[in-house]
Design a protein around this ligand. Sequence first.
Ligand code: PEP
Ligand code: MG
Length: 906
Amino acid sequence: MSNSKNVYLFGNGKAEGTAGMKNLLGGKGANLAEMNLIGVPVPPGFTITTEMCIEYNKLGKEKTKEMLQAEVEAAIAAVEDIMNKKFGDSENPLLVSVRSGARASMPGMMDTVLNLGMNDVTVEALAKKSGNDRFAWDSYRRFVQMYGDVVLGMKPTNKEDHDPFEEIIDHLKEEKGYKEDLQMTTDDLKELVKRFKAVVKERLDKEFPTCPWEQLYGAVFAVFESWMNDRAIYYRKLNNIPEEWGTAVNVQAMVFGNMGDNSATGVAFTRDAATGEDLFNGEYLINAQGEDVVAGIRTPQQITIIGSKRWAELQNKTEEDRKNNFPSLEESMPEAYAQLNEIQQKLEDHYKDMQDIEFTIEDGKLWMLQTRNGKRTGAAMVKIAMDMLDEGRIDEKQALGRMEAGKLDELLHPVFQKEAMKNAHVLAKGLPASPGASTGQIVFFADTAEEWANEGKKVILVRVETSPEDLRGMNVAKGILTARGGMTSHAAVVARGMGKCCVSGAGTVLIDYKAKTMIANGKTFNEGDWISLNGSTGEVYEGKIDTQEAELSGDFAKLMAICDKHTRMHVRTNADTPKDARVARNFGAQGIGLCRTEHMFFEGDRIKAMREMILAEDLEGRKKALEKILPYQREDFEGIFEAMNGFPVTVRLLDPPLHEFVPHEEANQAEMAAEMGISAAVVKNRVDSLHEFNPMLGHRGCRLGITYPEITEMQTRAIIEAALNLKAKGVDAKPEIMIPLIGTLAEFENQESIIRATAEKVFAERNDKIEYMVGTMIEIPRAALTADKIAGKAEFFSFGTNDLTQMTFGYSRDDAGKFLPEYLDRNILKNDPFQILDQEGVGQLVEMGTAKGRSTRPNLKVGICGEHGGEPNSVMFCNKVGINYVSCSPFRVPIARVAAAQAAVQ
Ligand code: PEP
Ligand code: MG
């Protein structure tokens, strides 16, 4: 229910609100109050609370007006007193602005009305008072237009329609032969007002409201309603802003930046929002109103001399030209500038963060209209926080709190060059599966990718979806684009592991492997054509867009050290190769949480031996093939253990269904048959027999090791022998052998006994020993439900939240792309559960599994190795439920470190 106080006043160095009241007053309202309290000049006004917005949506206009009327009238009277003006007065009228202001900033999403209070009487008074007819009538016509669009709903709702007011302006300019709005005379502006009102009458069958009070309530309610417009709803969804928050409304005395050449308006940042450099900067326009600066009709000028000189250099302008035609505010209005500079410093000192400010200079007098923490790039985020820490403005915990962990991605991957983006044209949009930017020539097959890459070409591998067979192609490609598959599809998981840009599930892209074409946005692209991908946004661009490499700064290292100081959880990595393991170590990974051994089977001759094993008709044949694989596996493990010297490495035994490894095309089957000295028909038969209706629920995970114990034996032998070999070289290997897809204790016991027996055998052969652990993935709901039993034997748990999500929701990881986007659009799901852990459902299994496991084995080490291990919200959740470590792809390690540290200091 609404607070009994609904309206909060500010002005003249006093305010009923404070910066701490953002929930009730919205960000803008709270900061307007605060600025008053710290002596910054702000036009007086009042804030109607966010709670009223919620009430309004329940009660409607009449009831809300009744609730507000007395307070609003008193507030207007207070503003009248401060300004020494009167609302609707024929001599000295008070005009106000009406703006939205939610708790979180939602730039441009909701409505604003300026110059409210104008009518045929007050326009004359304003003309007389300002001595500027044109200004008064221009303000009036802007008001009628804005009010008509926003409050009276005349803004076109579809893109074919024209704004009726803009049409009238165009007609009048055409009649008069004008090119620019500025050519319009006062009489023209009067004519516009007349025509504007006529169109309102014609469309709505009612007169344009002349009573300022009617105008005011109309505008306030329009702002409340704009909380529910499509733009705002969409923005809220993108940014996870709850609908229940509502928006506040700020009503403020108007100050005019368009009163003549001694007036101006502008926006500024207390530091550079792109680089983080401690340099006051911004733009302004003389004789202009707020929207003119952003509208792009006139070229805004720089605020400081330094900024202006840098700007001129980029624009190839001479110093002469700059000084005469584009002077900085520092030069054109030195007094107002000096005051602005002082205030910006005061605001930054007060808020202890970079501020984004709006100001207006009315006839030489400076007014601040807004201050808020400025949005910034990932690089600026880190630099500003580390600088402010050095400056002693904030402490380490506050610096950590300033990090949006996901934004660190921007620092770690290549980005498009800004200049090159100017003419970029989006062809399609898919999922932002793996961040970074890439550009290259289209290839459709992994072997072409390898050939072309060997010739020094940059390629983008374009596939309907990828399978492990495409791994080599993915490895050499600059980027990967798939038409199908979600955020945990093969392509997405592997690309993230490689730190390679990937856009997956771009459903509108049609791929024809036979014709070697890709159709996107109605245009056909052939093999060899250039495209570019932004894996951070999911956008696919036509043509070549140059990229630049990311550079890590000293500030980044400093931030990471702070994380380590405060964190409770460890961060490990998911890595399958020594190279990935080294990358992850450099990013600070403290071990490997998941080494997917299957990825090792695709390189070079290994795939042949693997296929031989699968296609073999009997145990004998399988054992022979496995003997060929053993040395490869051992070598791989040695490389990985060495890269992780001293840190634990969790090696998962073979997991995917075997059909993923066998050749499906006739030519490849024939080649394999020749290799093995058997007939192509036998190969085909065997491949066909591996077909499963639901491979993800089929013969995979520990079910493979149970039915083919020789695979578990070979893999265990490779792990233990590798560790012993390294021990001899003085490298400390800490293997943790992990059994996948356990659902019952008996499954675990079966595999554990094979592992332990094999290890003992190797120890006896070598007459040497190492420490190792045997544990399990918890990725089947039954395993979480019976975790107490499983922990009786398993020495560690690792939650495989990809499969656990798949099986808890019953959504296939590979097919969810068909319906998930619509689920998200229609708010049936708030997030993609494969990206952000579903704490309510899947999270319950994680929490319960951990608690049950520890009820049997109090020191049970618990980790998470699904894709959620690198997603900040999910990492926070893991910290809350007492998990020991999260494991994620190498390039997400820094993000997880920040999120883990944030979770610890919260
Ligand atoms: C999981 O299921 O969460 C997991 C890490 O294993 P994979 O993605 O390889 O199935
Ligand atoms: Mg799994």
